[in-house]
Design a protein around this ligand. Structure first.
Ligand code: BGP
Length: 479
């Protein structure tokens, strides 16, 4: 028996448009960055193609066909007991080229249908405005967020969807895992600086100057959008979204402690400090200087950042890592994240080190620092699931992961943390962002789609479906 969660706690699941909708060129949608990504694997990075080659397999093009099957899927979410569902709006459904004069009505209408369906099932939507994609035309024209022009284009897109969905959506997030833009690899996803590039995504060279300038533009855009929401739609609640990769010092050598402090600041604190506190942190100046970063900050930018602080803090939590200065630290495997292997932890098949106590620790650290409500908007376990001869999927490993993380959240709440929601990543199998694979499955619901393009897209409840249903029904008590 676990501890009960606060009354009204949000339980649900999280997804992203490009990883599940499919229908990439339907109803006037323009191509997004992600439509140019081929599939990969843990050892072969995804490739970017400039032209979309009809003879190759782009896993995001049909996703899991949520575009046509959302009613069936939402019904299953409701059956599990969800009272929140996180999804993103695909910017290129609304403005196919990003800078079109008028929005695309068919794209807007699609999300109307989805939000209505969620409301019919008493599920609160949590909407990410930008989740790892943007209209590809903006990359060609401006090189994504490297350009200031993106600020106004993003504002226009947000103003459009705010007005359209003001009676259907209350909870919004600006940029998914914005802090991934602090690393070269992450910048590719988060800020989409890929102009003119073709080939393995891991070979794209993005400099710290480009990354941090792009982030600055996103901070200004986020500030302006949050301020607009507060002024015009006081009922809205807007959050940030961080990829929280907790790191520990590899040893008690003070040099390791300092190295880890620097890594925690770059990876986990820099963006949150700006978006929650409304100004660049005290350690930023030295960091910029030592990394050759000279930000181009225009008049008014810092006001936009100050006046647009978020209402709640959200983050993804999958793993922890270790950071040290000694050569004998063995590296842990994992796409988009790097660091050392922790001998006390087990890992997933993709090398992500499983650390529920780290979630409790992270929740406490974040809440101590910011003192605003928190949501864990991604947590989950990518695994290779097998349909057994009884036609079922016995995913005990996923159930164990889920229960341990739910217990860790309960402890954090008991510690005094104001945690208001939990949305499991990929409640239904979808395309992996890092590798483009389908076989890296997170779902409580299995989808019959495979990396060779086969499958009939049918949905099947895994054992974990019933485990999560029980957890939700008992508000966390029956883990
Ligand atoms: C986060 C992203 C998601 C999601 C998840 C799992 O970084 O916000 O989009 O995909 O990680 O990662 P992956 O799909 O690479 O396993």
């Amino acid at each position: 028996m676990g501890k009960a969660f606060p009354k009204g706690f949000y339980w649900g699941g999280a997804t992203a448009a490009n990883q599940l909708e499919g229908a990439w060129n339907v109803d006037g949608r323009g191509a997004s960055v992600d439509d140019h990504f081929l599939g990969g694997s843990v050892s072969t990075p995804r490739e970017i193609t400039i032209d979309i080659d009809p003879d190759r397999f782009y896993p995001n093009h049909d996703g899991i066909d949520f575009y046509h099957r959302y009613e069936e899927d939402i019904k299953l979410f409701a059956e599990m007991g969800f009272n929140m569902f996180r999804l993103s709006i695909s910017w290129s459904r609304i403005f196919p080229n990003g800078d079109d004069e008028a929005p695309n009505e068919a794209g807007l209408a699609f999300y109307d249908r989805v939000f209505d369906c969620l409301r019919e099932h008493d599920i609160e939507p949590l909407v990410t405005l930008s989740h790892y994609e943007m209209p590809y035309a903006l990359v060609e024209k401006y090189n994504g967020w490297e350009s200031r022009e993106l600020i106004e284009l993003f504002e226009r897109y947000c103003a459009t969807v705010f007005e359209r969905y003001k009676d259907k959506v209350t909870y919004w997030l600006t940029f998914n895992e914005i802090n991934c833009g602090t690393s070269e690899m992450g910048a590719l996803f988060e800020t989409s600086m890929i102009r003119g590039f073709e080939g393995p995504a891991s070979k794209v060279v993005v400099t710290p100057q480009q990354c941090f300038q792009a982030l600055h533009h996103q901070f200004v855009a986020s500030g302006r959008v949050v301020r607009l929401a507060h002024e015009k739609y006081p009922q809205f609640k807007i959050g940030n979204m961080e990829c929280f990769i907790l790191s520990y010092a590899a040893t008690c050598d003070p040099a390791d402690i300092l190295a880890n402090q620097a890594e925690m600041r770059r990876m986990n604190w820099y963006c949150g400090d700006v978006q929650v506190r409304g100004h660049y942190p005290s350690y930023a100046k030295r960091f910029w200087r030592e990394n050759g970063i000279e930000l181009d900050i225009h008049e008014g930018d810092l006001d936009d950042i100050r006046e647009g602080t978020v209402d709640f803090y959200t983050f993804s939590y999958y793993m922890s890592t270790i950071v040290g200065t000694h050569d004998d630290v063995e590296m842990a495997q994992g796409n988009m994240t790097f660091g050392g292997k922790n001998p006390y932890l087990e890992s997933t098949d993709w090398g992500w080190q499983i650390d529920p106590d780290g979630l409790r620790f992270a929740l406490n650290e974040i809440y101590d620092r910011y003192q605003i409500p928190l949501m864990v908007v991604e947590n989950g376990m990518g695994a290779k699931d097998e349909v057994t001869s009884d036609g079922k999927i016995h995913d005990d490993y996923r159930i164990a992961y889920l229960k341990k993380h739910v217990a860790a959240m309960a402890e954090a709440i008991d510690d005094g943390v104001d945690l208001i929601g939990y949305t499991w990543w990929g409640p239904i199998d979808l395309v992996s962002a890092g590798t483009g694979e389908m076989r890296k499955r997170y779902g409580f619901i299995y989808v019959d789609k495979h990396d060779d393009g086969t499958g009939d897209y049918s949905r099947l409840k895994k054992d974990s479906f019933y485990a999560y249903q029980k957890i939700i029904a008992s508000n966390g008590v029956e883990g």
